[in-house]
Write a protein that binds this ligand. Structure first.
Ligand SMILES: [Fe+2]
Length: 387
């Protein structure tokens, strides 16, 4: 009997070990995989916070001496991936351990791609362009938002074109994600806010994505529920470990959702901003989210009403237009509460940048699953509204 593939959905995820202290299992997993010379990919901030050294110690405790690579900047660049790969191959490494936020994790994925597939990292832009499997990859996220540790996405800054490229393949999902909420305690309040809003953008975009399914909706809605309950409280209780655990769990749930349902216009537009102006990813998403939700709402009202309800908006008796406005205000007030009170204009986006930004966003793979078709003028208007 013929199978209608439009009705089929795939769900992929790494092996996940979630919980405080899971970072200390890095050495044990390397031993299990017969890894001899792993490269730890991290950044100076994560080294200063002490997390990279703790992971290194876990390896040393198992007789494994790692090679370190930390020349990674925010919005990881193509040349950083290529230099990291060169050092990886020169040192005869046989596995990659990423310790950090989205930047070291994406750089580590890029290095794994080039180490196994050769060529240049920019050769692999797009969906399913990678053929050879990556070396063993063990990821330890130290922010609660990006979820590169569970996702099929690798985002790299093409410095020549000043645009971020998306590499999407199940091959870039790490083998092991050691998700340890304790590592998020060294994030400052603004990074906590921006990464938390990134997780919210993941959950919302995945839930309304044209590639969403019941399997991804479960994770997207649970992420939203957890974020709504716990994220606002972090401003007054940044050291509350239970809050940190719940926000990390929300990030993981949102990551599983978007990895399998893909994203939408928020991320397409944020990638464009990050590539041109080198702005932090979470901040870009935060400043765009309410405006994109406003643009998309009428294309999937039944789903956005569920989102509004999950975020605690009282929808009873309200018209669709009123719910749209209430959801806009809810998201906006949440980011203001978290301390993200700027607009794009206040982070140095200029009106004359918008045509170029829109052109780049229009070519981003994330736009393909946005619930509402968007042309260049639509994208321009959203940027203008967020200015
Ligand atoms: Fe994101």
């Amino acid at each position: 009997m013929p199978v209608s593939i439009e009705n089929l959905r795939k769900f992929v995820a790494p092996e996940i070990i979630f919980g405080n202290g899971s970072r200390h299992l890095a050495g044990e997993y390397c031993k299990k995989f017969y890894i001899q010379t792993p490269m730890i990919v991290t950044d100076p901030g994560v080294i200063a916070a002490g997390w990279a050294d703790q992971v290194k110690q876990s390896l040393l405790d198992h007789g494994i001496e790692p090679v370190m690579f930390s020349d990674v900047t925010p919005n990881p660049r193509d040349h950083e991936v290529m230099e990291g790969t060169r050092q990886y191959l020169d040192a005869g490494c046989d596995a990659i351990i990423a310790v950090g936020g989205g930047s070291p994790m994406d750089c580590a994925k890029g290095m794994g791609i080039v180490a196994s597939n050769k060529g240049h990292i920019l050769d692999y832009e797009g969906v399913d362009q990678i053929s050879a499997p990556l070396p063993p990859m063990i990821f330890i996220p130290t922010t609660a938002g990006t979820s590169a540790d569970v996702s099929q996405f690798c985002i790299i800054n093409n410095t020549g074109e000043k645009v971020k490229i998306a590499i999407i393949s199940k091959i870039v999902i790490p083998d092991i994600a050691l998700i340890d909420p304790e590592t998020t305690t060294t994030m400052d309040p603004y990074l906590t806010a921006c990464t938390g809003m990134d997780a919210m953008a993941h959950a919302i975009e995945a839930f309304v994505s044209t590639a969403s399914s019941k399997m991804t909706d479960i994770h997207a809605l649970e992420a939203l529920r957890l974020l709504n309950t716990h994220l606002p409280k972090i401003t007054t209780a940044p050291d509350d470990m239970e809050l940190r655990e719940n926000i990390m769990l929300a990030s993981m749930e949102a990551g599983l959702a978007f990895s399998n349902a893909v994203l939408g216009a928020v991320h397409a537009m944020a990638h464009s901003l990050g590539g041109l102006l080198d702005l932090p990813h979470g901040e870009c998403n935060s400043l765009l989210l309410e405006h994109v939700v406003n643009f998309n709402f009428d294309s999937a009202p039944e789903k956005f009403i569920v989102i509004a309800q999950t975020l605690g908006v009282h929808t009873r008796g309200l018209t669709q237009v009123q719910i749209k406005l209430a959801l806009f205000e809810k998201i906006r007030s949440l980011r203001f509460h978290l301390g993200i009170s700027k607009s794009l204009g206040l982070v140095n986006v200029r009106a004359q940048d918008i045509p170029h930004l829109s052109e780049k966003a229009l070519n981003d793979a994330c736009l393909l699953t946005n619930p509402r078709d968007a042309n260049k003028r639509d994208i321009q208007v959203i940027y203008e509204e967020a200015l």
